[in-house]
Design a binder for this molecule. Structure first.
Ligand code: IDP
Ligand code: MG
Length: 140
């Protein structure tokens, strides 16, 4: 079993897509260990995306991510990190494979509907960022 951090981004919550995305998550065999709705501040978005601080899109990205509600999720499954990245599809919805969430719902490379951790170390950081302390059940 492995855990990953996922998020339904503001473009998707605004269009009423949270339920459909959560259904897909459960259909894919993920256990939802933690879930909450967060309207993050700009500073929280900057902390979460600190790894992208130097990228040209950092300002726009953190403005977008703090513009509305997100659903933050702690997910568990075998091969969770890679499987969730596969289900989301490529960062740019125009390049995402048919049937992926970003191909189906993404509006642009920025407004691409979902987030997923890309490696064990980023998953650990991101899970701890949104589910601090003992909010999640202890790993088996
Ligand atoms: P990922 O979400 O597929 O892991 P990252 O490269 O980690 O992609 O970028 C984080 C987020 O930043 C993306 O999901 C997207 O919302 C935004 N982003 C990435 N590249 C661009 C870009 O070239 N222009 C605008 N926004 C971008
Ligand atoms: Mg990333």
């Amino acid at each position: 079993m492995e855990r990953t951090f996922a998020m339904i981004k503001p473009d998707a919550t605004a269009r009423g897509l949270s339920g459909r995305i959560l259904s897909r998550i459960e259909e894919e065999g993920f256990e939802v260990l933690g879930m909450k709705i967060v309207h993050m501040s700009k500073a929280q978005a900057e902390g979460f995306y600190a790894v992208h601080r130097e990228r040209p899109f950092f300002g726009d990205l953190t403005t977008f991510m703090s513009s509305g509600r997100t659903v933050v999720l702690a997910l568990e499954r075998t091969d969770a990190i890679r499987h969730w990245r596969d289900v989301m599809g490529a960062t740019n919805p125009a390049e995402a494979a048919p049937g992926t969430i970003r191909a189906e719902f993404g509006e642009s490379i920025e407004r691409n509907s979902t987030h997923g951790s890309d490696a064990p170390d980023t998953a650990a950081f991101e899970l701890g960022y949104w589910f601090p302390g003992a909010e999640l059940p202890a790993a088996q």
